[in-house]
Design a protein around this ligand. Structure first.
Ligand code: ASP
Length: 433
């Protein structure tokens, strides 16, 4: 039985956090593959190493003095080495990097050093072998992961060294140049390694005890979710719940490798288990999430329902402007196309003009839409849930602008005015969770 264990930046912010990581890794012999992010924030006012490195690169690019930022980066790493009495000659690596700064260093390479140096420190501290992500995570030139090659390399490295530390967040193109994943991508690195080695569990350690059933900035101390399916997680993340990098699930889902989200600061808490099938039927609703800033193109025309191809013509226009459509609630002679506001910021007037011309329809724009998702695998086939939602919102004087439910009955999406967004979440949380 093998476990891939990934630690996020807050679990690696200082020597004390490193010590917690060591205790966790050493408390279970199955934790043979450790993935690390770069040093994170020590407190709310601190800056992540990754952000410092991005800022450093911007300074270099615009020819602004960068010594101060460079020194901040160096101090963070040296402090950890000193406090933990590590042998790794990090100064040599830092001096080598400094020499490259003025030679047009690539942004991806510079930023990836956050994870690289953190992993080197961690490998020394744990006594695990450091394996560079650029030798494992292989990208094609189109930016997609070459899974066949990656798997070959990961298996080889693992069989050679047995216990390894791998920096997250980056890989390399076939020519060896470093390519970053998108922000938060160390989650994805862990997931790729878990898939390649077909492990029994992928652990993802952060500073919260699992996924919360609602946004804690809106709901006071929401409960943590014990178990959640990959699909439910996708729905919640898509609708704004900030949990894992959204691509984390794909590599492990097909092999049914569960993900356990755990808290480095409270390792005995079970956290949240994400898997294909969850047997727990206690809660009908698993969680709530939502996002503001949607707009709705409201399209109406007399006897529209008799015109074949009407919807296609409308959607072709959204396609032309590369706008991804979220929902299409419809009546008989009218329908709405709901999209994220930022996706039509530049094109909304052109889209309206083209819709009017192509369809001969009335088109108006509602720019005040927030969406709230009620997500729960146990909602399927149950009666009365929409009733409960409407009753709750009605009793709080909240007007429902639109409603959508997918065929899997996994989620119910409610559109409300943005001013009602927080109140909607609060009312639904109180009733459903
Ligand atoms: N350090 C990177 C970031 O801050 C990647 C990660 O933490 O997963 O986005």
């Amino acid at each position: 039985m093998l476990v891939v264990t990934k630690f996020g930046g807050s679990s690696l912010s200082c020597a004390t956090q490193f010590a917690k990581v060591k205790r966790i890794v050493e408390s279970d012999a199955k934790r043979k593959i450790v993935v690390v992010s770069a040093l994170g924030k020590r407190d709310a006012s601190d800056t992540k190493i990754t952000d410092l490195l991005y800022i450093l690169h911007a300074h270099l690019k615009y020819g602004v003095p960068y010594e101060e930022i460079w020194n901040m980066v160096v101090t963070r790493f040296l402090d950890i080495k000193a406090e933990l009495h590590l042998q790794y000659d990090i100064m040599a690596d830092l001096e080598g990097l400094k020499l490259e700064l003025n030679k047009g260093i690539a942004e991806d390479y510079l930023v990836s050093r956050g994870e690289y140096l953190t992993a080197k420190l961690m490998s020394d501290y744990l006594g695990y072998t450091f394996v560079d992500a650029k030798d494992l995570i292989c990208f094609n030139y189109d930016g997609k992961i070459d899974y066949a090659l990656t798997e070959k390399k990961v298996k080889l490295a693992f069989s050679e060294y047995g216990i390894i530390v791998v920096p997250g967040f980056y890989g390399a193109y076939p020519n060896g140049s470093v390519k970053l994943l998108s922000r938060g991508g160390s989650d994805v690195t862990g997931s790729i390694l878990a898939k390649c080695l077909n492990v029994s569990l992928y652990e993802n350690w952060t500073d919260v005890s699992g996924i919360l059933a609602a946004d804690p900035r809106i709901i006071d101390h929401p409960k943590a979710i014990k178990e959640i399916t990959y699909e439910e997680l996708r729905e919640l993340s898509y609708m704004g719940a900030n949990v894992l990098h959204e691509e984390t699930v794909f590599p492990v889902q097909s092999l049914n490798i569960p993900i356990n989200l755990k808290n480095t600061n409270d390792p005995n808490h079970p956290g949240t288990l994400i898997k294909n099938i969850c047997d727990d039927k206690t809660d009908i609703v698993t969680g709530l999430a939502g996002k503001k800033e949607f707009v709705s193109f409201d399209i109406s025309k007399n006897h529209m329902s008799n015109e074949i191809g009407f919807l296609r013509k409308a959607l072709t226009i959204f396609e032309k402007y590369q706008v991804s459509v979220e929902h299409i609630p419809s009546g008989i002679d009218s329908f709405s196309v709901v999209v994220p506001q930022d996706s039509v910021e530049k094109s909304q007037y052109e889209i309206i003009t083209e819709l009017k011309k192509a369809l001969g329809a009335e088109v108006s724009l509602d720019e005040d839409i927030a969406l709230v998702a009620v997500v729960g695998r146990n909602m399927a086939g149950k009666s009365g849930i929409c009733g409960m939602i409407f009753e709750t919102l009605g009793s709080h004087n909240i007007n429902v602008k639109l409603l959508a439910q997918g065929p899997s009955e996994l989620n119910i999406i409610i559109g409300v005015s943005q001013k009602d967004y927080e109140a909607t979440l609060k009312a639904l949380y109180q009733k459903l969770l």
